[in-house]
Design a protein around this ligand. Structure first.
Ligand SMILES: Cc1ncc(COP(=O)(O)O)c(C=O)c1O
Length: 482
């Protein structure tokens, strides 16, 4: 086939069909290979400059390079999240059929800013908002909206907090220095929370950081003290942001205690459930979010623990009317009625204007995979994290930072005789070697100046044997360094 055809007939359905079939074959073979734990690396490591130069060359070759070869090579060079030894960051190995739905949405390119541009996605979003509101235990007043990611979801909720809790229209009039909205958090909150405060122009003292306990959960016994202190500094404390669960260690804050506190002082409770809200599907682990129905707003990332390709997040509001308050802004070319709360025109409620068909993609997952499927998935990953921690503790040359509540484990190699700095260097070097050899993809995190290796057991195909092998590979790597 002449390469130039791509340009001559860009919308030729037959050309699309031919290459499309080939791409599906390539992707199916790719899946077959990676799920079988090949010797090929999880992440085929190339230095950033070198890879950028390869793509500079690729660009120079232009469309003389066959499309299929170009795609195959890009797949090969990518990080293979479906590989059972991918246990790194909190990004899922998506369900392949849901990825097919996403492919359709990409070609359709229906935006979800206004109903007319993406009617199907909006209708599906609506149903998912109802489904999740029901699972949370909200009543019919609840409402919600999809965003591209949890960071944007947290910002959407935080803007709503400020708008609802301010004694004047802050959206229209801007921030008044003497009325600075404050958010109670911990140092374990996701960095998007601190970043959002800065984006909102509130500055550092708007973040009231309550200490956390030895399991990295908010010290609810100190809430009152920090609240009073912030008031004395002139901060208008508006909300508590709780983790369900935290990013670094997967720790779930005590929502009941926090909700009681919020009720007492008429504060908003926002729950960052970007990672951990999958327990909604689990009979065994749902207790970790006891009290969730008392939250004013919740963020859920479907591209983390719900096997959906990213970015795909939902923000729920217990009182749905509050989701409309922030972005009350005139855009008459988009909306006919400015004053009505139209759920189907999503741009009225988010930062984003054009938005991809997130509802379509997520709906596909929850339509074809039932509650038990997701429940079993969550149980098996959380159970395996606990089992892995036992395996770590059974060995005298490893230690775990804490007992995991979720599917995130922080641990390190420590055969004794090294000080903290030496151990930090050793563990960082171990990770560096392992990921560059491609045997596993794991990450690292720092807690109280100690560097921990960190795994998120997110891939449904990762087994206990894989986790045993990880410890063996770490031991071997450590002895090769010593
Ligand atoms: C608790 C928590 N909140 C928010 C986020 C940000 O989500 P996203 O990457 O979808 O923007 C993360 C990401 O890891 C997270 O762990």
């Amino acid at each position: 086939m002449s390469i130039r055809k791509y340009q001559e007939a860009p919308f030729d359905p037959e050309l699309f069909r031919q290459d499309g079939h080939k791409i599906i074959d390539i992707l199916s073979d790719y899946l077959k290979e990676v799920v079988n734990r090949p010797d090929t690396p999880v992440l085929p490591w190339t230095d950033p400059e070198e890879l950028a130069e390869r793509y500079a060359e690729s660009y120079r070759r232009g469309n003389e390079e066959p499309f299929i070869e170009y795609i195959s090579e890009a797949l090969e060079r990518s990080n293979h999240l479906h590989h059972p030894r991918y246990i790194g960051h909190q990004v899922t190995s998506p369900l392949p059929h849901v990825a097919l739905a996403q492919l359709c949405t990409t070609l359709l390119n229906n935006g979800a800013a206004v109903y007319e541009m993406g009617p199907v996605a909006m209708a599906m979003e609506r149903n998912l908002v109802r489904l999740f509101s029901g699972m949370i235990g909200y009543d019919d007043n609840a409402d919600g909206i999809f965003t591209h990611g949890g960071s944007a979801g947290n910002l959407t909720a935080m803007l709503a907090v400020r708008q609802v809790k301010s004694p004047y229209n802050v959206w229209e009039e801007g921030i008044k220095k003497e009325l600075k909205t404050g958010f109670i958090v911990t140092d374990q909150s996701h960095y998007s929370v601190a970043r959002n405060v800065k984006i909102m122009g509130l500055g550092n003292d708007a973040l009231i950081k309550v200490p956390y306990d030895k399991c990295y959960r908010m010290r609810t016994d100190l809430l009152e003290k920090y609240y009073e202190r912030a008031l004395q500094k002139g901060i208008s404390v508006a909300a508590v942001i709780a983790n369900s669960c935290s990013t670094a260690t997967g720790s779930y804050d005590d929502l009941m205690a926090i909700a009681d506190f919020c009720e007492r002082y008429n504060l908003w409770l926002h729950v960052d459930g970007a990672h951990g809200m999958g327990v909604l599907f689990s009979d065994k682990y749902r207790h970790l979010i006891r009290g969730i129905e008392r939250a004013d707003s919740i963020v859920i990332d479907f591209h983390k623990m719900l096997l959906i390709p990213g970015l795909n997040s939902m923000v729920l509001f217990r009182d749905g009317r509050q989701s409309y308050e922030t972005f009350a802004q005139k855009a008459s070319y988009l909306f006919k009625k400015q004053t009505e709360n139209e759920w189907y025109n999503s741009a009225k409620r988010t930062l984003e204007c054009t938005k991809s068909s997130l509802g379509f993609v997520a709906f596909t997952a929850f339509k074809y995979y039932n509650r038990d499927y997701f429940g079993n998935y969550i149980d098996s990953r959380y159970d395996l994290a606990k089992r892995f921690t036992e395996m770590v503790r059974e060995r005298n040359n490893f230690e775990a930072a804490l007992e995991p509540q979720a599917n995130i484990v922080c641990f390190r190699y420590n055969s004794g005789g090294l000080d903290t700095e030496e151990l930090n260097r050793l563990n960082a070097a171990i990770r560096d070697i392992i990921i560059k050899e491609g045997k596993f993809y794991i990450v690292q995190t720092e807690l109280e100046e100690i560097l921990w290796l960190r795994v998120t057991i997110i891939n449904p195909l990762t087994t206990e044997e894989d986790m045993q092998l990880l410890l063996k590979v770490i031991e071997e790597t450590a002895s090769s360094i010593h």
